[in-house]
Design a protein around this ligand. Structure first.
Ligand SMILES: [Zn+2]
Length: 177
């Protein structure tokens, strides 16, 4: 006991009263991630002093989230990107990733079907004749690599996608990219 019956006990009583006041102050209730607001459980969580703070233990429990990789994989699989089937796993660098920039760029022009072939030049109002020199009515990137008797790559785009030595040599000869 802090209070003794000797002399003036008033100052000691005041000290004791302050001590009692501090001890008897109700503990703040803090919500936990589990939703509990009990002061008896999860007492290790510090009290929130600033209203602007959003500590993790105040957040509501979240349902099991899908990883960003899984989300992107699903989005890629559901997309209608040209020649999407060439890329099975969007998290693996496609073949030819280490090629020189010009060859890498040319390869991707064929993968995406976007480059200065006659059909695209007409579409972009840069030319009026979409035909190929082989006589085909439309010189597309697909026609150039898959079908054109003058330029096609053996095995077509799926073989070119692998970027082996023959594909690299073929890419180096292309002039429309
Ligand atoms: Zn042709």
């Amino acid at each position: 006991m802090l209070v003794e019956p000797l002399g003036s006990t008033e100052p000691r009583l005041k000290i004791a009263a302050v001590g009692i006041e501090v001890v008897s102050k109700p503990a703040a209730k803090t919500a936990c991630v589990c939703g509990s607001t009990s002061t008896n459980r999860h007492s290790s969580h510090p009290e929130v002093r600033l209203t602007s703070r959003r500590p993790v233990w105040l957040e509501e429990p979240q349902p099991e989230e899908v990883s960003p990789q899984q989300k992107w994989t699903e989005k890629w699989a559901a997309s209608n990107v040209v020649n999407r089937s060439l890329i099975v796993d969007p998290f693996i660098a496609p073949p030819g990733f280490d090629l020189l920039q010009r060859l890498w760029s040319t390869l991707n022009h064929f993968r995406t079907g976007q480059s200065q072939c006659a059909a695209n030049l007409v579409r972009w109002n840069q030319a009026s004749d979409p035909s190929c020199s082989c006589g085909a009515p439309s010189q597309t990137m697909s026609h150039t690599v898959n079908d054109c008797p003058d330029t096609k790559f053996p095995g077509g785009l799926s073989a070119l996608h692998l970027a082996d030595e023959k594909a690299i040599a073929w890419l180096g000869m292309q002039s429309i990219c």
